[in-house]
Design a binder for this molecule. Structure first.
Ligand SMILES: *Cc1c(COP(=O)(O)O)cnc(C)c1O
Length: 468
């Protein structure tokens, strides 16, 4: 055994103590750490012959990278849709690494971690008030969740056309109807061999909405003359968090033959709020649903779930079965995650979620979600009341999409955003909405408070004055 490896084994308790202390130092100062950095040059390293040992390596990491790591898990990182990690999720994640289980088998044969995953899926269904006729599993993110759901949808549409796409490959037209899909949906369609040119774009409700126009949807369905199709709907678009009308889609589903997928990566969490759960009313009728966990559930990356109706289980197994390995058993007899989703070997992704859901329960997540909604409203109100800014869309849930007032200021929007982000005290991301340059702030971190909004709005006012 390598000398360093041997030493590390003897020294493990000390190593874990050191890392615990360093982790605490980071977490306790998260609010003061910079939200962005300009220094990224570090030169290059080559692999050392005998290694540095863990202490030496930690020292190296702390020299090279630690100081430039930004507080993307902190309370004022509002770019993209970025969550943090609850204490229970961190504990679950540590244990995931320590136990180092491979989550594919069930029934306790060598590994019971898939049972933890199945139990966690039940807890997630409870949180989302979804019925038990959904089966689910963990993947790396909403991109892979969309991919997984749409892969089963692809198999479904093949069957409708009398083909087995998993065996024969995709052929013919796969009709996809959607209005404002997330970029990862487009990517998934490419990966799945469906081709994103096959999207039939349905109109949005009007110029200031991203939700699907139900009348136009029905018109497009009728134009398909009974051909099967996949409807990809939005449970929270990224720019303006708009929701398709799920109750209206439910009615269409009773009339026409289609696979209904909902991308509710973060918007699905509206169900945790008494005042906003109406946004997802009817979603339990979908065939498949995408939910991200590393966003609003506040567990570490990489974590997301897919839910697919149990009635489609055989389609899912046809799509993902790994049955050419005799030692893995018959996929239809023994449920195994490796026959159910893209990966074979996986870490125990469910454990951080299991910990966080058990630790904080329904009201814990209701609190996190309602706090984020209240903060978005507070921030949205600041934008509305300040003459320098204007909202590009109403604040519907947890995201504020705004710009600088006046056409003449359009070319200054991104300069302004850069100045703001360069303070390192708050981070937002650029967007384009309705042909206008804009800025988005998304609130999904459990740590964010009113005080953070005040810090940001004060800075925003100072910087707008500099820009003038
Ligand atoms: C974030 C997001 C995705 C992609 O999620 P990843 O976790 O980055 O893979 C997909 N759809 C929606 C609506 C999202 O917000």
């Amino acid at each position: 055994m390598n000398e360093h490896l041997q030493n590390d084994l003897l020294n493990l308790d000390n190593l874990l103590e050191i890392v615990k202390d360093q982790g605490l130092e980071y977490l306790n100062k998260l609010s003061d750490r910079q939200t962005s950095t300009k220094s990224v040059k570090n030169g290059t390293l080559s692999l050392s012959e005998i290694g540095l040992g863990t202490i030496g390596t930690l020292k190296k990491f702390n020299e090279r990278f630690e100081p430039i790591i930004v507080s993307s898990s902190g309370p004022r990182y509002w770019g993209f849709v970025t969550g943090g990690s609850t204490p229970a999720a961190i504990v679950g994640d540590w244990l995931t690494t320590i136990y180092d289980q491979n989550t594919f088998a069930t029934k306790g044969q060598g590994d019971i971690s898939a049972l933890i995953e199945l139990e966690t899926i039940q807890l997630m269904l409870d949180l989302f008030e979804l019925p038990n006729d959904f089966l689910g599993g963990f993947v790396t993110g909403a991109t892979m969740s969309n991919f997984t759901c749409l892969a089963v949808a692809r198999q479904w549409i093949g069957k409708e056309l009398g083909k087995d796409f998993a065996k024969e490959g995709v052929s013919g037209n796969v009709n996809i109807l959607t209005a404002t899909p997330h970029s990862s949906v487009i990517k998934s369609l490419s990966l799945l061999g469906i081709g994103n040119n096959n999207i039939i774009k349905v109109k949005i409700l009007d110029d200031n909405r991203e939700a699907i126009d139900i009348t136009d949807l029905e018109k497009k369905i009728i134009e398909l003359r009974g051909e099967p199709f996949i409807l990809i709907s939005s449970g929270g678009t990224v720019n303006t968090v708009d929701f398709d009308d799920f109750l209206a889609i439910k009615k269409l589903k009773a009339k026409y033959n289609f696979w209904w997928h909902i991308d509710a990566a973060f918007g699905g969490f509206a169900v945790c709020s008494k005042t906003h759960k109406y946004l997802v009313a009817g979603w339990e009728n979908a065939d498949s649903i995408t939910i991200d966990c590393h966003k609003w559930l506040n567990v570490p990356y990489e974590s997301a779930v897919f839910f697919v109706k149990e009635q489609h289980k055989h389609l899912q197994i046809e799509t993902f079965q790994n049955s050419n390995a005799p030692y893995l058993g018959n996929p239809l007899e023994n449920f195994s995650y490796l026959n159910f989703l893209p990966e074979n070997s996986r870490r125990l992704k469910a454990l951080p979620v299991w910990f966080s859901l058990m630790a904080y329960g329904k009201t814990g997540y209701q609190g996190i979600v309602e706090n984020c909604i209240a903060l978005s409203n507070q921030f949205g109100q600041f934008i509305e009341e300040n003459n320098n800014f204007e909202l590009l869309a109403p604040v519907r849930l947890n995201t504020v999409c705004f710009t600088l007032t006046g056409k003449e200021n359009q070319e200054k929007v991104y300069t302004y955003l850069t100045l703001l982000n360069d303070t390192g005290k708050v981070f937002m991301t650029p967007t384009i909405y309705n042909g206008q340059k804009g800025i988005r702030a998304a609130f999904v971190n459990w740590r964010t408070t009113k005080n953070d909004i005040e810090i940001a709005t004060k800075l925003m006012t100072e910087i707008i004055n500099e820009l003038k």
